[in-house]
Design a protein around this ligand. Structure first.
Ligand code: HEM
Ligand SMILES: [Cu+2]
Length: 484
């Protein structure tokens, strides 16, 4: 049997992403154990861990989510496989530079690299560290940008414009609902739009940082830099869910044999989230009193509504498509269904936090990592491994066994453990990004660290399944060759 075109590249990409994610979890565990007073690497190492963990996790999630988006979008429009491969090369090059920057040259300015921090480290790192880190990050961004531009090109070629990719002609009644673009195309169009904006902001601010590091006499407006940086970081991190959610649409509709219809409500929800995702980033700037008040209010108010339209329409759709469908729950569909729960549950503490009253108390506490670990860890990560199991399930005799089902339960419980550890710490006012904790803050951190170890075991079992599949597949190929 011949492989679908591009599938082995997708698999390579998923393996790189999955390996990165489990490795980065290791740094997460080390941080929690340090905060919990169990181990002590010193504050400098903690901030290196924080930097590599934040960058690596977002990078790994983006890489995996790109694989999901590419795989399904490619069924509707013609994408370039060489561009996808080039992205992997740029990604790996970039990650190597980032690792060198963080561990060899000790850059530890966090994945938010807030200007002018890369240039003023009080001796913690030098020019070399800042430059390798920033250039590495730029390479990773460049890889994603070319994949998105190619996707945008393909969508425009087939549907006429990005607006039509979002189904605007259906919303305005010029086209019938039955002829609306498929859900995968709508979601990809949204991602093309928001992530191109994010990557352009990122590129500008990374370049300005690079010039400033080389020549400190060159300065620029720190407030502008902060706006660009958080537009970049907020949108990029958020968009992982909008890429990965394509797996929900495609896998649930294939597993139930029912189509996922892009009706008007669905299209309107996606257009709203496209807009909101791009304009709510000022919720990261609430402490910058020099920001125009209206921008802060818009960011704050719309944060309530940021992902909500798409979340509601997707959660509702997922329930409806599964209801009385006689679906057979396999690892892929189970993880995908679980991810909907993770995404929904993770948004609740985020919405709480975007209430100004709550934000006054919770801002910069571990409540914040609490909510994003829940929706990334139980949302995006579940979508990613759900996709992985799905990709493999029809291919071979290799079937998930008791161990995989055990891993499914372990994964669910332990990521909840990690998330609740953060939320509890936040509720008792533990600040985030602190290398050491007072004694009364340590217990939740230790609990989270132990949960994180169990989480790594669960993810390890997922990865082992995938590796078993790879080994089997190679065997199959050699058999094929022998026959040929
Ligand atoms: C075993 C699982 C994990 C553990 C134990 C863990 C632990 C941690 C810890 C201790 C921090 C620093 C918290 C602080 O500010 O005090 C952190 C930050 C962070 N984590 Fe995780 N994490 C895990 C999984 C993930 C996943 C799956 C993602 C995303 C896909 C992720 C993304 C991030 C990001 C973006 C930050 C913020 C970095 C920064 O503030 O600069 N983590 N994590
Ligand atoms: Cu944000």
């Amino acid at each position: 049997m011949r492989m679908e075109k591009g599938k082995s590249t997708i698999i390579q990409q998923l393996i790189i992403a999955a390996m990165m994610i489990i490795l980065m979890m290791g740094f997460g565990v080390l941080m929690l154990l340090q905060q919990g007073g169990v181990v002590d690497f010193g504050p400098a190492a903690f901030y290196q861990f924080l930097t590599i963990h934040g960058t690596g996790m977002i990078g790994g999630a983006v890489l995996a989510a790109t694989a999901i988006m590419w795989y399904f979008l490619n069924k509707y429009v013609k994408l370039s496989l060489s561009v996808l491969k080039l992205n992997i090369v740029l990604f790996v090059l970039g990650v190597v530079m980032i690792i060198v920057g963080v561990f060899a040259f000790e850059f530890s300015g966090s994945w938010t690299f807030l200007y002018p921090l890369p240039a003023i480290s009080s001796g913690a790192w030098g020019t070399a560290g800042a430059l390798t880190y920033l250039i590495g990050l730029q390479l990773v961004g460049l890889g994603l940008l070319i994949v998105l531009l190619d996707a945008g090109r393909a969508i425009i070629q087939k549907y006429g414009s990005l607006g039509k990719g979002l189904g605007w002609d259906v919303i305005t009644g010029k086209k019938r609902e039955q002829d609306a673009p498929p859900a995968a195309v709508v979601a990809s169009t949204m991602v093309v739009i928001v992530d191109t904006a994010a990557l352009l902001s990122g590129t500008i601010v990374i370049f300005m940082n690079i010039i400033h590091v080389i020549n400190p006499a060159f300065t620029f407006d720190p407030l502008l830099a902060k706006n660009l940086t958080f537009a970049f970081g907020h949108i990029l991190a958020n968009s992982t869910i909008y890429m990965a959610v394509i797996a929900v649409y495609e896998i649930l509709s294939r597993s139930t044999g029912r189509p996922w219809k892009s009706n008007k409500a669905f299209l309107i929800a996606w257009t709203m989230s496209t807009l909101f995702t791009m304009i709510v980033y000022p919720h990261h700037l609430l402490q910058d009193t020099v920001m125009p008040t209206w921008a802060l209010i818009v960011g704050q108010v719309l944060s309530f509504a940021n992902g909500l339209p798409v979340l509601v329409i997707t959660a509702y759709g997922a329930l409806m498509i599964v209801y009385k469908s006689g679906i057979k729950w396999r690892m892929g569909s189970s993880l995908i269904f679980l991810s909907m729960f993770g995404w929904t549950a993770g948004v609740i503490p985020a919405i709480l936090d975007s209430a100004i009253m709550v934000n006054h108390v919770m801002h910069n506490t571990k409540w914040v990592p609490g909510h994003f670990h829940m929706y990334m860890g139980l949302g995006v990560i579940a979508m990613l491994f759900g996709f992985m199991y799905y990709l493999v399930q029809n291919d071979q005799s290799i079937r998930p066994n008791q161990l995989d089902r055990f891993a499914f339960c372990l994964y669910t419980l332990s990521i909840l453990g990690v998330s609740f550890s953060f939320l509890t710490s936040g509720a008792i006012s533990t600040p985030r990004k602190f290398a050491t904790h007072f004694e009364q803050w340590q217990a939740p951190a230790i609990f989270g660290g132990v949960s994180g170890i169990f989480l790594m075991i669960a993810i390890g079992i997922f990865i082992i399944y995938f590796i078993r599949y790879m080994v089997n597949r190679n065997k199959d190929f050699s058999v094929e060759k022998e026959i040929a």
